[in-house]
Design a protein around this ligand. Structure first.
Ligand code: MG
Length: 402
């Protein structure tokens, strides 16, 4: 029996975002696995959860019993779920899948049933301060072969939208984005119409509301987007407003994507069984790793829902590799979000996924196919301090969802 001999947590930020990687060492010399546990805004809490609580629980256990260990880790603290615990569990869970792939001599996609496609189609983010800047960025991606592009203006519609009453807004240090829902919907529609007009139907367009609208305004906005034939509209509603998806569905054909904030089965299950969305977008570590993700993927397939896993800069290359392995093995894969990797990422994470044209490829080596060069990773320490980008405000100065 091969057992868990040690568990390490490596913190690194080669591309600026704080990343959390779990390394599980086994009783077999030289055999280890890597997992992503990145909750970038609370990375030290995740490290403590792994090292102080989960590591003592799993030491000496059989590396092959992933399902058993996942459930053991989830209930061991009695209270379950939550982003810190789910990410910590995911780090170990993914590392164990990596180990299983290495032991089998198979890339992870083969363990999951084998590839349905050679690579995963990606969507990239085109953002700008004005319509022209957005158009230029969309064109650059389109010319490089990317067929799916997320179109935004001013981040999530905050920075360039001046509040109606600036004197009501708290000091600038505490307000990184000022956000007016009505102005946002008008400016978003204008840029989306412009891009559709310029590029016609040769481009698939995505837009992310980032849960910044009231439910009624979200319904209005999704209806106005109908004529733009979006690939999907993302996070039109907040997790707190999930019941509104049923109403949205009844009045509008705009495809809907949701899930990056989810960390409990009660959030995704009703949306799947009710067929209320078109794309599932969970952050695979935030939902607890591959063990729950592969079940939810199969459940979605049976309900005609496709996947579009969360793939921003605050997922480690280990997590991105997991996304792609699951994409390749899932018949109901839809699209993969990707932000591109700078050279520093490839130095610290040899074997990280590579984008060519509009497709993302993973290594065919056994397991996830990504390694970690700890010397290189140590050159990029994490950035401590208070998170600022989440400190958004409504026009009257009150706190808003980021
Ligand atoms: Mg999003």
């Amino acid at each position: 029996m091969v057992t868990i001999r040690d568990v390490e947590v490596i913190l690194t930020a080669p591309a600026g975002s704080n990343l959390v990687v779990v390394k599980v060492h086994t009783s077999e010399p030289g055999l280890y696995g890597l997992g992503c546990a990145t909750f970038t805004q609370r990375y030290l809490a995740v490290r403590a959860a792994v090292l102080e609580h989960l590591k003592p629980l799993v030491l000496g256990r059989d590396v092959d019993r992933i399902e058993d260990l996942w459930h053991t880790m989830m209930v061991n603290g009695y209270w379950r779920n939550g982003p810190v615990l789910n990410n910590a569990i995911a780090g170990l869970d993914i590392a164990l899948w990596d180990i299983k792939g290495k032991r089998a001599g198979m890339p992870l996609y083969d363990l999951l049933g084998g590839r349905c496609r050679p690579a995963a189609a990606v969507y990239r983010h085109a953002d700008g301060q004005d319509v022209k800047q957005v158009e230029d960025r969309v064109r650059a991606f389109a010319e490089s072969g990317v067929g799916h592009i997320r179109v935004q203006m001013s981040g999530y519609g905050g920075a360039a939208i001046a509040p109606a009453v600036p004197e009501a807004v708290p000091p600038a240090a505490h307000a990184t984005a000022l956000y007016d829902p009505r102005r946002y919907t008008r400016s978003a529609l204008a840029v989306l119409e412009h891009i559709r007009g310029v590029f016609g139907d040769r481009l698939e367009i995505i837009h992310d509301v980032h849960e910044r609208l009231t439910p009624t305004l979200a319904v209005e906005f999704a209806r106005e987007c109908e004529k733009l034939r979006l690939f999907y509209l993302e996070d039109a509603l907040a997790p707190e407003d999930l019941e509104w998806f049923a109403r949205l569905r009844q009045v509008c054909t705009t495809p809907l994507a949701m899930g990056e904030l989810f960390n409990h089965p009660r959030e995704w299950t009703p949306l799947i069984t009710g067929q209320q969305i078109d794309y599932l977008r969970m952050h695979l570590t935030q939902m607890g790793g591959l063990t729950p993700a592969r079940k939810v993927t199969a459940m979605a397939e049976l309900h005609g829902i496709r996947t579009a896993w969360h793939g921003p800069g605050d997922v480690s290359p280990v997590g991105h590799a997991l996304n792609v392995h699951l994409d390749l093995a899932s018949p109901n894969f839809g699209i993969q979000e990707f932000c591109g990797f700078p050279p520093a990422i490839y130095e610290a994470f040899p074997g990280a996924p590579e984008q060519r044209g509009g497709l993302l490829y993973v290594s065919d080596r056994p397991g996830l196919g990504v390694d970690l060069d700890e010397k290189q990773a140590a050159r990029y320490p994490c950035n401590p301090g208070v998170v600022t980008w989440t400190q958004c405000r409504w026009p009257d100065g009150s706190p808003a969802r980021p």
